[in-house]
Design a protein. Structure first.
Length: 202
């Protein structure tokens, strides 16, 4: 005996194959989005430090303990992969440091008016919040009667102020670092104040 279709309850639509497929698709989508996504790996210490250093982009002014005023500028180059730090110590005297990542290391190569180029590695953040860089190697360190940058640190106070101190040691004929300290007014921390806004990366 042929049966007639069952009448739908008042206010209720009959489910069709199409509506069933739509409901299944919606359920599958909800399940997919409720599934935990894989966690994004955190930055390495070197990457995090480099990101923080990039916040320095702009112009800064500092005063050495001797009272000598100078400016430091920061800009990004090479597609944002290198931070250029330029020191203007006088109208005729300038130095530069380039910061760049090398795998899981952050390196700072300092180009000194004394004619040497030490490389320093980010060595972590100490308990006082200072970003510390330590000597790795360099070029022209064999020149007698000169000194080179052996370590330095930076500490970020706020968006418009940071502190920095450097330490120099005397060169030795072999080109290695001497443990003999070189007199330097930079051994004491200098406070830097922002004097110009950020500039875009190149």
């Amino acid at each position: 005996m042929h049966r007639l279709p069952r009448a739908a309850a008042p206010g209720r639509a009959i489910a069709t194959p199409l509506s069933i497929r739509v409901r299944r698709a919606v359920c599958a989508t909800l399940i997919a989005f409720s599934w935990p996504l894989p966690a994004i790996a955190d930055d390495t210490p070197a990457q995090a430090a480099f990101a923080q250093l990039k916040s320095l982009v702009g112009e800064w002014r500092g005063v050495f303990p001797s009272g000598r005023e100078h400016t430091v500028s920061y800009r990004l180059t090479a597609g944002g992969s290198t931070l250029v730090e330029t020191w203007t110590l006088s109208p005729t005297r300038e130095s530069m440091t380039l910061y760049a990542l090398d795998g899981d290391r952050l390196l700072a190569t300092h180009y000194c008016p004394q004619g040497n180029q030490p490389r320093l590695r980010f060595d972590g953040i100490d308990e006082e919040g200072r970003y510390r860089f330590e000597f790795v190697d360099g070029t022209n360190l064999q020149v007698a009667d000169r000194s080179h940058q052996h370590r330095f640190w930076l500490a970020f106070d706020d968006a418009d102020h940071y502190r920095r101190a450097e330490h120099y040691v005397r060169n030795v004929p072999s080109g290695e670092s001497s443990m003999e300290d070189a007199a330097s007014e930079d051994d004491d921390a200098v406070v830097y104040t922002r004097i110009a806004p950020d500039r875009p990366a190149q």
